[in-house]
Design a protein around this ligand. Structure first.
Ligand code: NAD
Length: 527
């Protein structure tokens, strides 16, 4: 098997020149320079596919974070980027998109080394990331404000779109650079300065992006990167008075902490949180396609996807046939490392994440659900078993077997809590109303799907489901042109689409009177 060091060696990467050398890593990008953490602390990044060491990176503290915030504040207040015409800002984003495409294999190798995900998936992510920069690059100059009809010929009225200021961007490890791109691209398209806190387990592609932004001509201090743990770096970003906005993607509990922190200085917040996404399957669906997509919805990237189809809600009359087909295919899923030629899905990100998934499945068992297949961590013995490829030592990495939980009901924790792993529950319904009710019976509202060949029925279910994205006869695709985000406790605000740019803009109404007149109301009375 190819280890992470054979896949990606950060010390040999031109984009990271200056990071590695004597005196330990300098992986914080502050004010246009690579810096070590002030207290000299480092963190070892390990590839979860095989346990190999990827690199040492700097572990930032609160002090480093404040340094980065100050650099961002200074550059914003000096106007070195915000005063650049929007059309020029857009062109820089397009150059960034091109550079990511030019370095696609290198970026993909870095992403796979940090996350353990299949190399082909990382490559596809890079295409999407370049697409996000292209989209916001094009949108930048077309979304600079609007003229308002004041219904009065003596008045001119317009709304100027201006940057919000200094943005704190906090992102998760499951799609490291993709989640970063959904924030960084609109933030700089709108003329902001930012401090990015990438997830501490997966820093390399964010580091490489900093070099690409610098090389594309972004002034020093506009883009700043902190690599370090949540509370140390995340708290200052959500609390410091010099930060105007915090945009966060991650778990619900962290989102609540950030929202509370940000309230102290009334920062703008954008929160992209978890999901418990219903995949509603009617008996009149295209059976084979629905089964195939249900597997994709549940097990793609080992279920570590916020929009994973983690709840299959199938019409009762189809249940047995559907579940039999699902189990039969699941039993043949192959798991392995990034360059494993036979692997269909990969590892979980960390031991902690695998423990969380195991506890979730154990609790489902205790509450009376049936584990039809999987239900345990993979071990070295599985390397040559039904899920092994023979190429990847499943005992060396962090793997969990694809798991189907049948007989789940709404009173069980497994249908409400996010597992964020390769686990799917199956519930049944009998009527359209029932399907909608079960689909909505969650605190989350991120995404869902409906499978039927009856267009009217599909549209009725779409109208009923309170989730931010609904797929009809599909699962997972998204478009940079279309808004992404959650209803209910899946968050607030939207990424992507025009709204994804507006999140990073203030809107200033400019009202101009062409024929100024007096009011003659105040202070004119004789004593
Ligand atoms: P997490 O909340 O543990 O961490 C996310 C980020 O927040 C990391 O960078 C982490 O270091 C940071 N953080 C942790 N504590 C913090 C604090 N006190 N203050 C500020 N920042 C802090 O989430 P995770 O485990 O990295 O990611 C998985 C979660 O992300 C899942 O719940 C998933 O659904 C969600 N997610 C949502 C979307 C979406 O688009 N809605 C996309 C991807 C992931």
């Amino acid at each position: 098997m190819t280890t992470s060091s054979a896949l990606f060696d950060p010390a040999q990467v031109d984009l990271l020149a200056g990071v590695h050398g004597e005196g330990g890593p300098k992986s914080l990008f502050i004010d246009g320079e690579w810096k070590a953490a002030r207290n000299g602390e480092t963190r070892t990044i390990v590839c979860p596919a095989d346990g190999s060491v990827v690199a040492e990176v700097s572990e930032a503290s609160e002090d480093d974070t404040v340094d980065a915030i100050k650099a961002a504040r200074r550059t914003f207040d000096e106007g070195v980027w915000s005063s650049v015409p929007a059309i020029e800002r857009g062109k820089l984003l397009v150059r960034v998109a091109d550079a990511i495409r030019d370095n696609k294999d290198l970026f993909a190798a870095a992403e796979s080394a940090d996350t353990g995900k299949r190399y082909e998936e990382s490559q596809a992510d890079m295409d999407d990331i370049a697409g996000a920069f292209d989209y916001f690059g094009t949108l930048a100059s077309h979304h600079a404000g609007r003229v308002v009809d004041p219904a009065d010929e003596n008045i001119r009225s317009r709304v100027d779109a201006e940057p919000v200021g200094v943005c704190g961007l906090i992102t998760p490890w499951n799609y490291p650079l993709l989640q970063v791109s959904w924030k960084v691209a609109p933030a700089i398209a709108a003329g902001n300065s930012f401090v990015l806190k990438q997830a501490e387990l997966t820093p390399h592609t964010a580091m490489m992006l900093m070099a690409v932004l610098r090389d594309a001509g972004l002034p020093a201090g506009v883009a700043n990167l902190i690599t370090g743990a949540g509370a140390n770096c995340g708290n200052p970003l959500s609390q410091h008075p010099d930060v105007d906005m915090v945009s966060f993607t991650g778990g619900l509990e962290t989102g609540k902490i950030i929202a509370k922190n940000a309230a102290e200085t009334v920062k703008r917040t954008a929160l992209e949180l978890g999901g418990k996404n219903p995949n509603v399957i009617f008996a009149d669906c295209d059976f084979d396609t629905a089964v195939d997509n249900a597997l994709n919805g549940a097990f793609f990237h080992s279920g570590q996807v916020c929009s994973a189809g983690s709840r299959i809600i199938v019409e009762e009359s189809l249940h047995d046939k559907f579940v039999d087909a699902l189990v039969e295919r699941t039993n043949r899923i192959k798991i392995g490392g990034p360059k494993d030629s036979k692997a269909e899905t990969g590892p979980l990100i960390s031991e902690g994440q695998r423990d969380k998934v195991a506890k979730y499945v154990d609790r489902a068992r205790e509450q009376g659900a049936k584990i039809l297949t999987g239900g345990r961590a993979a071990t070295a013995e599985d390397t040559h078993g039904q899920h092994g490829t023979g190429e990847t030592d499943l005992g060396a990495g962090i793997y969990y077997l694809p798991t189907i939980i049948d007989g789940a009901t709404q009173d069980m924790e497994c249908v409400h809590d996010e597992a964020f792993g390769p686990v799917v529950t199956v519930e049944t319904f009998t009527t359209e109303e029932d399907a909608i009710r079960i689909g909505n019976d969650t605190i989350y509202g991120l995404a869902g799907a409906v499978w039927t060949n009856d267009a009217g029925k599909a549209e009725r279910v779409v109208r009923g489901l309170r989730h931010g994205t609904i797929w009809i006869n599909d699962f997972h695709p998204y478009l940079p042109q279309a808004e992404w985000g959650g209803y209910k406790q899946s968050g607030n605000g939207r990424e992507l689409g025009p709204t994804g740019l507006e999140e990073y803009q203030e809107h200033k109404h400019v009202f101009r009177n062409l024929t100024p007149t007096k009011w003659d109301q105040f202070g004119l009375q004789e004593d």
